[in-house]
Design a protein around this ligand. Structure first.
Ligand code: PSU
Ligand code: MN
Length: 347
């Protein structure tokens, strides 16, 4: 059974390549008996809310600049599926195994076969599944995309310690009225996982999110940046990080040392959006102010807030650039996570 501690009433499923890599990895770590040599590859977990509640379900043509950077983009299939395939191939090309995590018909899936990925990307009824939602979706045999929080929880339980996403959730603007802060923060604080992102989603209260991360004891490691990456916008020089690294092996060193003292807690590695795709902060802020006002007018609350605001930004005048930036940073984070996963294996 997978994972071996699980209850048979609530099935988990891994793709063959993920199961193989995890079994070999566990053996190498001394958790299973000695036997064949460790021939497993490192594994990188990937979230799926970005597929079910973020990226378009229609095919999308991209700019010449984007196609030059990512020639494998397929403009003839659903954009969310095309994105998932590019993210997985970014992980594979760096020698790691991708494990896109989702709930499908109540089954906890760690890695999706192509047909499962295509079905999830096409499913308009897929739920947004965060920490609180997992039990209900599993018990009712429903399907959904897992948020950073839910993905981190499932990945850690499966024995995966690397996870790549776009931007993490955090403390929302207006938190003093709404007390809205993402379960992503709690999940990262309480699971053994390194989450690679392009920082905090720009729509949040970034300074308040930095304070929350510090209070929760979550290390935020800048990758070739000394200040906080802001998703599709350049890092904010006024929000200084406590530590930064120059390469994947240095990042692996910091997180391994973190786990030597706090083995059941997570960490964040943040790299800025690839320079060619960065959006100007002022234009994004302007679009965001309209989106936030509209959310207030419509009374959008709870788990609908983040997808609503991101969808409004995607519909703004900068929508295409925002989509391309979002994809470029997703691919870059997947590649970096795969590199750090390999570096963590190195003796
Ligand atoms: N990307 C999107 N839309 C989303 C998310 C990502 O385009 O909704 C998800 C991420 O999975 C992240 C979550 O973990 O939003 C945070 O939502 P909340 O603030 O409700 O916790
Ligand atoms: Mn929320």
């Amino acid at each position: 059974m997978f994972p071996h501690t699980n209850d048979a009433r609530y099935p988990w499923k891994a793709t063959d390549e993920v199961a193989h890599a995890l079994t070999a990895g566990a053996r190498a770590a001394g958790r299973l008996g000695e036997g064949q040599p460790d021939d497993g590859h490192p594994v990188v977990a990937l979230e799926s809310t970005v597929l079910t509640h973020g990226l378009p379900r229609e095919p999308r043509s991209m700019s010449a600049k984007f196609m030059a950077a990512f020639p494998e983009w397929d403009p003839t299939i659903a954009a969310n599926l095309a994105a998932a395939k590019c993210v997985e191939s970014a992980v594979r090309s760096r020698g790691a195994v991708p494990a896109t995590i989702a709930l499908i018909d109540g089954c906890v899936c760690v890695g999706l076969a192509h047909n499962e990925l295509a079905q999830l990307c096409a499913n308009e009824n897929a739920k947004k599944v965060s920490l609180r939602d997992m039990g209900s979706v599993i018990a009712r045999s429903e399907s959904g995309g897992t948020t950073v929080a839910a993905t981190a929880a499932i990945a850690a339980r499966a024995g995966i310690s690397l996870f790549a996403t776009g931007g993490i959730g955090g403390v929302h603007r207006g938190w003093s009225h709404s007390l809205d802060f993402s379960a992503d923060l709690l999940a990262i604080a309480t699971h053994r996982i390194l989450v690679v992102s392009a920082g905090v989603k720009i729509l949040l209260d970034l300074a308040a999110t930095m304070e929350a991360l510090e209070s929760l004891g979550i290390p935020v490691i800048g990758y070739r940046t000394t200040s906080l990456p802001r998703f599709t916008v350049a890092p904010d020089p006024t929000l200084e990080l406590s530590t930064h690294v120059r390469d994947a092996s240095e990042a692996a060193g910091v997180v391994a040392a973190h786990w030597s003292v706090r083995p059941s807690s997570g960490a964040l590695l943040m790299q800025p959006c690839p320079e060619a795709f960065v959006l100007p902060a002022q234009r994004t802020e302007l679009a965001l102010s309209h989106a936030l006002a509209e959310a207030t007018r419509q009374g959008v609350r709870g788990s609908a807030t983040t997808p609503f605001l991101l969808a409004r930004l995607a519909d703004s005048g900068d929508g295409q650039e925002m989509l391309e930036a979002n994809l470029a940073l997703l691919f870059a984070n997947a590649a970096l996570a795969a590199e750090v996963a390999s570096a963590l294996r190195a003796p």
